[in-house]
Design a protein around this ligand. Sequence first.
Ligand code: UDP
Length: 239
Amino acid sequence: MRTDRPKDSTREIKFTRNYTKYAQGSVLCEFGDTKVLCTAMVEERVPAFLKGSGQGWVTAEYSMLPSSNRERKQRDISRLKLDARSTEIQRLIGRSLRAAVDMKALGERTIYIDCDVLQADGGTRVTSITGGFVALYDAVRGLMKAGLIRKDPIKNFVAAVSVGIVGDQLLCDLCYEEDSSAMMDMNVVMTDAGEFVELQATAEGRSATRKEMGLLMDLAEGAIRQIISKQKEALGTDE
Ligand code: UDP
């Protein structure tokens, strides 16, 4: 039973911009006890398949620091292979953030979004997407200020949240304890136009009805609207 907040509320969400100094965008994004450092760095080249196309690219990497877990998580390099879960998550982050960007307006350059989990307590991928967007926005603003881009490549805001069924309750923004006992959970990525970018829904305890799926989508939509207004507040924009 959730006792610390209403079923449809997120944990406290915070953005600390300019958290580190070298990246063009650097944001510590917190969803409760989940903390992810999201940085955006610009490189003036694109992958081979885009050379000469006039279009840019946005890609992401995701990793958990050893002490982000309850038990020390081995670094990938010491196992000499990339973690399959991290690979899946970083592709989701990349796809989600590309949905925010007009690649022609970005021009032939790549923005790397690096998401490093400092502390994991459920929802690290949605925290990465939500914070990654703020870092991306800062990096793009930097490019515009420097006169490297004229047309704003940000098409819309993007944020994400998890929702799920825990026992007989429909909950928003699951912490680790809730996530690990969830019957089904879903990660939802949306834009500020209220459109869906990606849904990842998995039933492991029991399957969900169409009606429950609708209610979960409503929960997610309401939460994402609030999260996007927090992103705008953190960025000092009411676009
Ligand atoms: N988790 C962990 N170590 C791992 C994988 C997961 O501690 O190697 C915990 C962590 O709290 C994470 C949660 O389990 O946030 C849920 O993991 P999941 O794979 O569902 O992704 P997330 O909810 O973080 O996007």
